[in-house]
Design a protein around this ligand. Structure first.
Ligand code: NAD
Length: 383
C-alpha cells in the first residue's frame, strides 16, 4: 500500500469507529439509579506517586463516615491496587485487562492520581489511565465545582470528557516527516448529554446563568456544532440565561474582579475545559484543593485534580502529601450515591480546616503540617 492509501484507510477506520460511537450513544441514554441497588460497591484506586498516601486516610474516612451501611452490607469499600505505572507499563496497556475487570465490577470509583509517561521515557508509550478510563467507562461529564466565597465566586464547570482532541489523541497521523495531523471529534449526541446535565444541574440548584465556552468563530465545524447544540438544549430551560464566550476572553474574565462573580455554570469541550478548570482551581487555592467528578450513565469516578507529584517522593517530602483534594472528591462521591448528609458533613469539616480556622496548613515544600497532622485535625472536627 502506498503511504497515501495507508493514511486514507486510517482516516476511514477512524470515521467508522466514531460513527459506531454515535450509534451507541443513541441506543443507550438511561442512567443507573443508585437508590434501587441492594449494594453499592465503591472501588478505591491508589494510583502512583503520592496517590496511595492520600488514598489511605481517605479510605479510612469513608469507612468511618459510612460505618453503619458498611456494617449492614449496603456499602462495600474495595481497594484496587493494580493501577500502577509499573503494571501498566509491563502490560503495555493504559489499564491492564484484569484491573479493568475489577474497576468495571464497581459502581463508583475514587481514584488517586496516575502517572502518564512522556514520549521517550522508560515506561513506554502508554495512553493516560485517566483518558482510557473515561473512554472505557464512557465517563462523559467532568464536573468540577470551584468556590471562593470571599470574592463571590461559585462556579461549576461541565467539561465534556470523551471527545474533542482527546478522543483520538494517540491516533494522529504523521503524513510525512514534515506534516503531522491530529483529529478533533465533536458529536451531536456527545454534546447533547453534557449540555443536558449542565442545564439540569443549573435548574435543580437555582442557578440562572449557563455560559458556553468555545472558539466557534475560528474552529467552525466542531466548536460550531458544540455551540449550536448547547444553545438548542438551553431553549428547553426557560428562566436560565444562556451566554456564549470564546475561550480566550473567558479565560481572561475568570480573573476579572468586575466580571468573575457573574459566572455560575460553564459548559466546555474537553481541551478548553481541561485548561480553564486548572486555572479556576488555582484561583481557589491550588490544584491540591479541588476534587473532580467523572460521570457516566453506568459508572462514575471521582478524583483529585492534581497529579502523582513524583518529585515529592524522590525529594523525601511524601509525609507532606495533602489529602484534601481527594477528600473533596470523596465528598462528591458521597453526594452522587445519595449520601448528601455525609457529603455536607465532610465538606463542612474541610472548609473549617482549610479556610475558616486553618489551625495548621500543609505546604507541599515540607514547611507546614504533615498529612497525619492534617488528618488528625480533620478528625477532631468530624468525630
Ligand atoms: P502534579 O500535580 O503531580 O504535581 C505538581 C506539584 O504540585 C508537586 O510537585 C507538588 O509540589 C504539588 N502537589 C500536587 N499535589 C499535591 C498534594 N496532594 N499535596 C501536596 N503537594 C501537591 O503535576 P505534575 O508534576 O505535572 O504531574 C506528575 C504526574 O501526574 C504526571 O505523570 C502527570 O501526567 C500525572 N497527572 C495525573 C493526573 C491524574 O491522574 N488525574 C492529573 C494530572 C497529572
Amino acid at each position: 500500500m502506498t503511504q497515501t492509501a495507508d493514511y486514507k484507510k486510517r482516516i476511514e477506520d477512524i470515521v467508522t469507529a466514531q460513527l459506531a460511537r454515535v450509534e451507541n450513544m443513541k441506543a443507550d441514554h438511561e442512567f443507573d439509579d443508585f437508590q434501587s441497588l441492594d449494594k453499592i460497591v465503591i472501588g478505591c484506586i491508589g494510583g502512583d506517586g503520592i496517590g496511595p498516601l492520600i488514598m489511605e486516610p481517605t479510605y479510612d474516612l469513608l469507612e468511618k463516615l459510612l460505618e453503619k451501611d458498611v456494617k449492614s452490607g449496603k456499602i462495600e469499600l474495595r481497594m484496587i491496587d493494580g493501577l500502577t505505572i509499573e503494571n501498566r507499563s509491563a502490560a503495555g496497556q493504559a489499564i491492564p485487562d484484569d484491573v479493568l475487570a475489577e474497576i468495571k465490577a464497581c459502581n463508583v470509583l475514587l481514584k488517586g492520581p496516575t502517572t502518564t509517561p512522556r514520549k521517550g521515557d522508560k515506561w513506554g508509550n502508554i495512553e493516560s489511565a485517566n483518558v482510557a478510563m473515561r473512554k472505557k467507562l464512557d465517563l462523559f461529564a467532568n464536573v468540577r465545582p470551584v468556590a471562593i466565597p470571599e470574592i463571590g465566586v461559585d462556579w461549576t464547570f461541565f467539561r465534556e470528557n470523551t471527545e474533542c482532541l482527546y478522543a483520538l489523541g494517540s491516533d494522529g497521523i504523521d503524513v510525512t516527516d514534515d506534516l503531522a495531523i491530529d483529529f478533533r471529534v465533536i458529536t451531536t449526541q456527545g454534546t447533547e448529554r453534557i449540555a443536558k446535565m449542565a442545564f439540569d444541574y443549573a435548574k435543580a440548584n437555582g442557578k440562572d446563568r449557563v455560559s458556553i465556552v468555545t472558539k466557534a468563530n475560528i474552529v467552525k465545524k466542531t466548536d460550531g456544532k458544540f455551540l449550536e447544540v448547547c444553545k438548542r438544549i438551553g431553549e428547553n430551560y426557560p428562566g436560565i440565561t444562556v451566554d456564549d464566550w470564546y475561550i480566550d476572553i473567558a479565560t481572561a474574565k475568570l480573573v476579572d474582579p468586575n466580571k468573575r462573580s457573574d459566572f455560575q455554570v460553564f459548559i466546555l469541550p474537553n481541551l478548553y475545559g481541561d485548561i480553564i478548570t486548572d486555572e479556576a482551581a488555582q484561583l481557589q487555592g491550588g490544584v491540591g484543593t479541588a476534587g473532580s467528578a467523572n460521570i457516566g450513565q453506568h459508572h462514575a469516578m471521582f478524583e483529585a485534580i492534581h497529579g502523582s507529584a513524583p518529585r515529592m517522593i524522590t525529594e523525601g517530602r511524601s509525609d507532606y502529601a495533602n489529602p484534601s483534594s481527594i477528600m473533596r472528591a470523596a465528598a462528591m462521591l458521597l453526594s452522587h450515591i445519595g449520601y448528601q448528609a455525609e457529603c455536607d458533613r465532610l465538606n463542612e469539616a474541610l472548609d473549617i480546616c482549610l479556610d475558616k480556622e486553618k489551625k495548621i496548613v500543609i505546604d507541599s515544600r515540607g514547611n507546614g503540617a504533615t498529612r497525619d497532622e492534617f488528618v488528625e485535625y480533620l478528625y477532631s472536627k468530624l468525630f
